[in-house]
Design a protein around this ligand. Structure first.
Ligand SMILES: [Zn+2]
Length: 278
């Protein structure tokens, strides 16, 4: 393994550990910088050697050194997942701005996926700055978005090549993906008289659209819905829960967004190749 790969792996471990802090503290409106990490059960501050990503969990056997309370499986999972994503993204894209922007995007998504899983909540403090960040960073890394380009031409806006085009693609992505989900929610509400989608889902999709553009953003909604239906139904069947059990749709959208960002283009060209259209 190359030196740079080790750099990204250790960065992934560090950031994964920080994302755990965000996942636990942001929904409780606590500071993510201070105090130092502590056991959420007995409140003891962790010794530095008990706060090493992945390794401490294994050494301690998943139990707090002081109160012997169980440490959630989520900590090592988030650390391992973040590390795998950091390593994989570097392996796929190398050392360039796109890698950095994707890793910022993925880090925010990991936090949102787990907060939604735990609390059925997608905090505005992440999604709203996320939308703004996606738009700003689109100036740094181009969004190649044929759907966005087609819409730009259709609307008679200036040619979408270059940085202005990237910016427009990002803004269009945010509005159209958020708007599309709003429309789905409104139709669902009309038909079923139940709130099926939360406002958090719309803002999350605004953020995904801002980072990925219209095409991959809409793909995210499709993949997230399929994933949610499959996993959700399997979960409800297995646990015998009511079919109205609230599923964390945001978590599915978050996972789908990571998939769409990494493999969306290949998936679309494979699909269009099979169906033989376009
Ligand atoms: Zn403890």
């Amino acid at each position: 393994m190359s030196l740079m790969e080790w750099v990204f792996i250790s960065l992934g471990l560090k950031i994964g550990s920080f994302l755990n802090v965000c996942i636990v503290r942001i929904p409780r409106r606590q500071s993510i910088v201070s105090p130092r990490s502590f056991c959420t059960r007995c409140g003891q501050a962790l010794k530095p050697y008990d706060n090493i990503p992945l390794i401490s969990y294994l050494v301690l056997g998943g139990k707090c050194r002081f109160c012997k309370g169980t440490i959630s499986w989520q900590y090592p999972v988030v650390e391992a997942l973040t590390t795998a994503i950091f390593w994989g993204t570097y392996a796929g894209y190398g050392l360039q701005w796109k890698t950095a922007v994707l890793l910022v995007f993925f880090s925010a998504l990991i936090v949102l996926v787990f907060i939604d899983l735990n609390h059925r909540l997608l905090p505005d403090v992440i999604t709203l700055p996320g939308i703004a960040l996606g738009v700003v960073l689109s100036l740094l890394v181009g969004i190649e978005d044929d759907v966005g380009t087609a819409l730009v031409q259709l609307a008679g806006l200036p040619d979408s090549g270059g940085r202005w085009g990237w910016l427009i693609s990002s803004l269009l992505g945010a509005f159209i993906c958020g708007g599309f989900l709003w429309l789905v929610g409104a139709v669902y509400f009309k038909l079923k008289k139940v709130e099926g989608l939360g406002g958090g889902d719309l803002k999350l999709m605004g953020m995904v659209g801002a980072f990925l553009g219209v095409k991959l953003g809409l793909l995210t909604i499709m993949l997230g819905s399929v994933l949610g239906a499959l996993v959700g139904l399997a979960y409800i069947k297995m646990t015998g829960k009511d079919y109205r059990y609230p599923l964390p749709f945001g978590s599915f959208l978050g996972v789908a967004a990571i998939g769409a960002a990494l493999w969306g283009e290949q998936l679309l060209s494979w699909y269009l190749g099979i169906t033989g259209r376009l």
